[in-house]
Design a protein around this ligand. Structure first.
Ligand code: AMP
Ligand code: MG
Length: 499
């Protein structure tokens, strides 16, 4: 059997969707971290992957049997402005594999050199963004959020030149259910080739939403399925205080996995207007705007798919526009339903009823007023819930690390009454809370410290943080440094794409 059992399908679509491209070789590739568990789940022999032959493939120095590398083309709205041609400017799709669960997955190199879509860029990445994406994407996966994943992080041995001089270069091997973006559909729609558009959307249905095939109007069903999946995804971001930072339409996947961990960050003190990205001057992609931006991006998707929504017998696009508008109008409510479900899990209720809405809104208002850490504030409710639910626990209370201010006492009284009045057994609700309120998130100062140490040649901080983030729900007092918010001395206030 081939070391990576490639089974490529995107290649069978039109040539206009990609460019065949080899990776540019690197001088002395070195594996920093290989995700052996993920490799095995992808039917890849992890021992081979960590061997010199595997590392040659991961660095782009050798082609694995069955790999047909391509750079994919797409378009996209970047900060609201349409760019008719973007693409894999520093990435290559090596091919696809079928994983142990029968799911098709893309295997991509990021930082593998120039392609026709590199524009002025060098197609490379410094090590920092590679480490950042490895940590963040794997943390998101372990937090239960659909996300692209990291199969390996490599150092290339070559310098990459950025604003402040040379930095060590890196490559990330990324895995996704697919890299098909809203921007991919926008690119194809702009070609004015209805057959190609239909071919692409049939491919999306087959690969991600096969149940839509049974519908009388499969493309409308597809649009609704993507809308629902995105609403659920964004509800998970909001429930964790995750700020993506660049929600451009080319960074929104049709399979609704989180992608592109550039200037993203987890919010510490709760403020809905929080922005980290250095390039987001207007706050377009602020924490509190994310649901509205997702809907805005879905408008662009609807526009790109519109001709497919036309039914036989309709003389113009007006009825299709109306149906697309009706579908789009469901987004706020679909999102709210998903978000309320997340809040129920976080507060330890079986569901959120209309009265509970004021309860969680008041909690968020208190967090904002008192600059409370979003993650630890919710987690501190778990300690109280454990007592109410009579749950025996090891020493995983965070009381020694964090306490809600006294001003929360009246609110806590209301919450405890509601918690005790819920019909579902308290122990069950407490266990759900334990999976909804993490204690370890990839805080920016920890990630930045791991990157800084890696640049000094010390990978141990990266490894220690990676290990900790794999188990985000179990607290141990000796790991307080991984759970504590930033101090005035190490707070990171802006994040950079860094590529
Ligand atoms: P992003 O902001 O990461 O979504 O990237 C936007 C576009 O810029 C994509 O088409 C990337 O492929 C391209 N790009 C970003 N960095 C580089 C680079 N260093 N070299 C070539 N293309 C790049
Ligand atoms: Mg991108």
């Amino acid at each position: 059997m081939r070391p990576i059992p490639f089974d490529n399908s995107y290649q069978t679509l039109a040539d206009s969707l990609f460019h065949r491209q080899q990776a540019e070789p690197v001088s002395s590739p070195q594996a920093l971290l290989i995700n052996t568990e993920l490799a095995e789940a992808l039917n890849i022999d992890s021992k081979w992957l960590a061997s010199p032959a595997g590392i040659d493939v991961l660095s782009g120095n050798a082609l694995a049997a069955g790999s047909q590398p391509i750079a994919c083309v797409y378009a996209g709205h970047q900060f609201g402005n349409y760019n008719p041609q973007l693409g894999d400017g520093r990435a290559l799709l090596l091919g696809e594999v079928i994983d142990r669960q029968g799911q098709r997955k893309d295997i991509q190199l990021k930082g593998s050199g120039r392609t026709p879509y590199s524009r002025g860029g060098d197609g490379r990445s410094p090590l920092g963004p590679v480490i950042r994406e490895y940590l963040l994407s794997e943390a998101m996966h372990c937090l239960g959020v659909p996300s692209t994943r990291a199969l390996a992080a490599l150092a290339t041995g070559d310098p990459v030149f950025r604003e402040h001089g040379p930095l060590p270069g890196g490559i990330l091997c990324r895995v996704a259910s697919s890299h098909l973006r809203v921007g991919t559909v926008q690119f194809v729609a702009a070609q004015q080739d209805p057959e190609l558009l239909q071919q692409l959307m049939d491919y999306v249905i087959d690969r991600h939403y096969p149940e839509c095939k049974q519908s009388e109007s499969p493309y409308e069903a597809l649009f609704n399925a993507i809308l629902n999946a995105q609403a659920t995804l964004i509800s998970r971001w909001q429930a964790l205080g995750f700020i993506h930072g660049v929600m451009n339409t080319d960074n929104m996947l049709l399979c609704a996995e989180t992608i592109d961990y550039g200037p993203c960050a987890f919010m510490e003190a709760y403020h809905p207007g929080t922005v980290f990205s250095s390039i987001d001057q207007q706050g377009r992609y602020a924490y509190g705007n994310q649901p509205a931006i997702a809907q805005w991006n879905l408008v662009q998707l609807a526009q790109a798919m519109l001709t497919l929504m036309q039914q036989p017998g309709e003389s113009d696009l007006k009825p299709a526009v109306q149906r697309a508008q009706d579908a789009l109008n469901t987004f706020p409510d679909t999102f709210l339903q998903a978000y309320r479900q997340r809040m129920a899990e976080k507060l330890g209720f079986s569901h959120i009823n209309d009265d509970d809405e004021a309860l969680y809104r008041d909690f968020l208002a208190l967090l904002e007023e008192h600059d409370c850490d979003f993650t630890l504030s919710f987690r501190s409710l778990n300690d109280r819930a454990a007592v109410m639910a009579n749950c025996e626990r090891g020493g995983d209370s965070i009381a020694g690390l964090f306490q809600l201010p006294n001003a929360f006492a009246p609110w806590l009284e209301r919450w405890q009454q509601r918690f005790n009045a819920d019909a579902t057994p308290a122990e069950q609700r407490y266990l759900t809370m334990q999976k909804a309120n993490p204690v370890f998130i990839p805080r920016n100062h920890l990630v930045e410290n791991a990157i800084e140490k890696a640049y000094e040649g010390d990978m141990s901080v990266f490894f220690a943080l990676q290990t900790r983030l794999q188990d985000p729900f179990e607290y141990q007092c000796d790991a307080a440094e991984f759970a504590a918010p930033a101090t005035d001395g190490n707070r990171v206030t802006a994040t950079f794409c860094g590529t």
